[in-house]
Design a binder for this molecule. Structure first.
Ligand code: NAD
Ligand code: WQD
Length: 340
């Protein structure tokens, strides 16, 4: 059985679906601070299978020990964490406590239970403002400009030290670029409870009439149209990569870093135009100054994951946007699903 922490959340739920569709048993530990039980219903309705769910906190050693004792867990996919950059600036202790402290507690419990296979949800944010594009795994980690990014870098370093001290570990540090999209069924996707910070959830709320305009942060970057470039990757491609990483880690010990991106960068305006083309909706824009802490360009060299895992993201930007819009429509019930 695979323990998926944060498995009720956006990425974790897609990972759980992927595991179950490949015959793996999944156990979710989630405190539901940024998700709800409805994602469990949705997973069951898509797959016909219901993962075991325990509501609890990854920082709670007692809960972890009970799970490792009661279930036959052979690996952990650690997605639980807090991820809002702005919130991390306002509440740094909560972010370090959850993202670093939670990871330490989990690793301690795993070690004591004799479970040494771990896949960790890291982020391309650990590279900071990298001068060279595309970014490969040999690029130095940078100095992330916010506590969220720092907490991911710290958790990675904790895991690297842990593996260096004990050869029994197999740890995969998955550096996600910009995950977007939703399950093609339209039944599972990202459901932000607060005002979204990320581009796509905000764009979807503008497109569905919940907000008047999309703020385009910065039009004077050194890019082809002046707006920031990112590597958007479909959440289902990402989920598939977790299974591949798990399979590789079962065969190989040590710490392994893999970039999870497409290798293709798109600007904010590229994304808006593609969305308008695919979904047939005009997105009102308001041009704003640069957002503090943002970088101009960031995209992956995903070659290492392709070579070592046989994984590459194959869903197009258009597909990501169509799937995300289908999910948004099913959420708001405001529009017919009009995408192909
Ligand atoms: P999410 O908020 O949808 O999912 C995280 C889940 O973890 C939620 O269900 C939440 O309730 C749970 N959780 C939080 N703190 C917990 C705790 N202390 N104990 C138990 N459960 C807890 O976020 P997501 O987008 O699915 O992100 C998953 C992971 O991937 C996070 O670690 C995030 O930092 C990382 N990540 C996300 C992105 C992104 O853009 N979405 C990019 C890079 C990395
Ligand atoms: C993408 C582009 C913005 C919103 C963040 C975290 C990173 C990772 C993913 C977890 C940028 C522009 C955005 C908007 C805009 N998360 N934008 N209007 O900043 O690459 O990464 O999320 O690990 O750690 O930092 O993603 O979606 O916020 O922004 O113009 O309303 O869209 O300036 O160029 P980002 P994003």
């Amino acid at each position: 059985m695979i323990l998926v922490t944060g498995g009720a959340g956006y990425i974790g739920a897609h990972v759980v679906l992927e595991l179950m569709s490949h015959g793996e048993d999944a156990l979710i530990l989630d405190n539901l601070c940024n998700s709800s039980r409805s994602s469990l219903e949705r997973m069951a309705s898509i797959s016909g299978r219901r993962p075991v769910f325990v509501q609890g906190d990854v920082r709670n050693r007692g809960v972890l020990d009970t799970l490792f004792h009661e279930y036959s867990i052979n690996a952990v996919i650690h997605c639980a964490g807090l991820k809002a950059v702005g919130e991390s600036v306002r509440e740094p202790l909560r972010y370090y406590d959850t993202n670093v402290g939670g990871s330490v507690t989990l690793c301690q419990a795993m070690k004591d239970a004799g479970v040494f296979t771990l896949v960790f949800s890291s982020s391309a944010t650990v590279y900071g403002d990298c001068a060279r594009m595309p970014i490969n795994e040999t690029c130095a980690t940078g100095n992330p400009s916010n506590p969220y990014g720092q907490s991911k870098l710290m958790a990675e370093n904790v895991m690297k030290s842990m593996v260096a001290s004990d050869p029994r570990w197999s740890v995969g540090l998955l550096r996600y670029f910009n995950p977007i999209g939703a399950h093609e069924s339209g039944k599972l996707g990202e459901a932000p409870t607060l005002t979204p910070n990320n581009l796509l959830p905000y764009l979807l709320q503008v497109a569905s009439g919940q907000r008047p305009a999309l703020h385009v942060f910065g039009t004077d970057y050194e890019t082809h149209d002046g707006t920031g470039i990112r590597d958007y990757v479909h959440v289902v491609d990402l989920a598939e990569g977790h299974l591949k990483a798990l399979q590789a880690l079962r065969a190989q010990r040590g710490v392994h870093i893999w970039n999870f991106g497409t290798g293709q960068g798109y600007s904010v305006i590229d994304v808006v135009k593609a969305f308008e083309r695919v979904c047939g909706i005009t997105v009102p824009l308001s041009y704003e100054p640069r957002r503090p802490g943002d970088i101009a360009r960031c995209w992956a060299d995903p070659g290492k994951a392709s070579l070592e895992l046989g994984w590459c993201a194959h869903r197009s930007l258009e597909r990501m946007l169509a799937d995300a819009w289908r999910w948004q429509c099913s959420q708001t019930h405001a529009f017919d699903t009009q995408v192909g």
